[in-house]
Design a protein around this ligand. Structure first.
Ligand SMILES: NC(=O)C1=CN([C@@H]2O[C@H](COP(=O)(O)OP(=O)(O)OC[C@H]3O[C@@H](n4cnc5c(N)ncnc54)[C@H](OP(=O)(O)O)[C@@H]3O)[C@@H](O)[C@H]2O)C=CC1
Ligand SMILES: CC(=O)[C@@H](O)[C@H](O)COP(=O)(O)O
Ligand SMILES: [Mn+2]
Length: 380
């Protein structure tokens, strides 16, 4: 039996992780959860699974939760997430919080040699060098939950890294894939939240629409698989059936396919190197599907992808700025303070005005992250 500590339990990945736990009660126990502010959903989870510890985002949420349940250890904030990540009873950390707020928990779990299933890609974007250095030092593997990275991880199984020609990340194109830039001028938040293939949290759904999600995933792939940026290609694949691929020296391509269902990569990260049945997932009917589509990515149409390659290649503190500016810009868009196209402007301006610091340490990263957000929230 593995004790799971689940950060972001009330979110899209969190709830699908709970589906996987439910399906295999003999394998997994929900030991601790962390969430932001959704007390109603958290209360349901607590009543059903009786986790020993719960972390909430702030004191007000702690008070609200205490009204519902008094028999519980409730911790607060980043420190609380770090405490449950280090807890001796935690066997596996599933990091599925949204945003760079998850960084401290990832680093803490690495230092305590936990098995880590990582969905929280912002952690790897903002401080990939620190995370991977620590993972190497403590001999910890980061098991990817992100569908593309799980696909790459599976496509690398048993192969030698030196034989890789390139990684091919697939992108659905997001909610606005068929719109021109001109047509993006009047789009609404509701339009942007309408992803064609996946049901996900609001922030990542907007990231898919701007193509920043794929940009973050390029940086995530660079760190997880130690691959240079010129060997990471993105292609558009509107069906989200091929989750990603690896091309080898002999031009063989190994891919992982399946219906778009995040429970599959979540479960694989929990059971690796084994596989378990997953009753909820559907078989892929290739005959019924019959055709798959692929297209070249247009960097002028999707500048956020170009920003991410630029930030990744320049390195230092620039990816931290890219990520923090993006998190703030998406939040401002969701609250209708800026338009969809202004998301790109905000990120570009933040990156252009930043003086890169080489090899930033954790304090520097946290300070740059906070400063980047502060400037944007003051302006808008
Ligand atoms: N959804 C998907 O299919 C995929 C998601 N990912 C990645 O997984 C992560 C989670 O995404 P997703 O599940 O869609 O996001 P959601 O918005 O659905 O969920 C986010 C979770 O994080 C919690 N949270 C947010 N801010 C804080 C905070 N400051 N402190 C503690 N908890 C917080 C939320 O709590 P509450 O709601 O209670 O406030 C919620 O439980 C992201 O990094 C995303 O990029 C990667 C691949 C696919
Ligand atoms: C499910 C998942 O992994 C998401 O990150 C997904 O990739 C979003 O789809 P696109 O970014 O390709 O639109
Ligand atoms: Mn993905």
């Amino acid at each position: 039996m593995k004790n799971i500590t689940l950060l972001g339990a009330t979110g899209s990945i969190g709830l699908q992780t709970i589906d996987v736990i439910k399906e295999h009660p003999e394998q997994f126990n929900l030991y601790a959860i962390a969430f932001g502010k959704n007390v109603d959903k958290a209360t349901e989870i607590i009543e059903a699974f009786k986790p020993k510890k719960v972390v909430v985002q702030d004191e007000q949420t702690r008070r609200e939760l205490s009204i519902h349940t008094d028999q519980l250890t409730i911790l607060v904030g980043k420190e609380g997430m770090e405490e449950v990540s280090a807890d001796p009873e935690t066997d596996v950390l599933v990091n599925a919080v949204m945003g760079s707020v998850g960084l401290g928990a990832t680093l803490t779990a690495i230092k305590h040699k936990k098995q880590i299933a990582i969905a929280n890609k912002e952690t790897l974007v903002t401080a990939g060098h620190l995370v991977m250095e620590a993972a190497k030092h403590y001999g910890v593997d980061l098991l990817p939950v992100d569908s593309e990275h799980s696909a790459i991880f599976q496509s690398l199984n048993g192969e030698s890294r030196k034989d890789i020609n390139k990684i091919i990340l697939t992108a659905s194109g997001g909610s606005f894939r068929d719109k021109t830039r001109e047509q993006l001028k009047g789009v609404t938040v509701a339009d942007a939240l309408n992803h064609p293939n996946w049901s996900m949290g609001a922030k990542i759904t907007i990231d898919s629409a701007t193509m920043m999600n794929k940009g973050l995933e390029v940086i995530e792939a660079h760190w997880l698989f130690d691959i240079p940026y010129d060997k990471i290609e993105v292609i558009q694949h509107k069906e989200s059936i091929i989750h990603s691929m690896v091309e080898y020296a002999d031009k063989s391509i190994i891919a992982q396919l399946g219906t778009p269902d995040m429970r599959v990569p979540i479960q694989y990260a929990l059971t690796y190197p084994n596989r378990l049945p997953l009753s909820a997932s559907k078989s892929l009917d290739l005959v019924e599907l019959s055709t798959l589509h692929f297209a070249k990515m247009d960097m002028d149409r999707f500048p956020c992808l170009a920003f991410a390659y630029h930030a990744g290649e320049k390195g230092g503190s620039l990816p931290t700025v890219l990520n923090a500016a993006n998190e703030a810009a998406v939040d401002l868009f969701l609250r209708e303070k800026i338009t969809f196209l202004e998301i790109e402007d905000v990120i570009e301006q933040a990156m252009t005005s930043h003086k890169i610091i080489e090899n930033p340490d954790l304090d520097t990263i946290n300070a740059i992250d906070a400063e980047t957000r502060k400037k944007l929230y003051e302006k808008y």
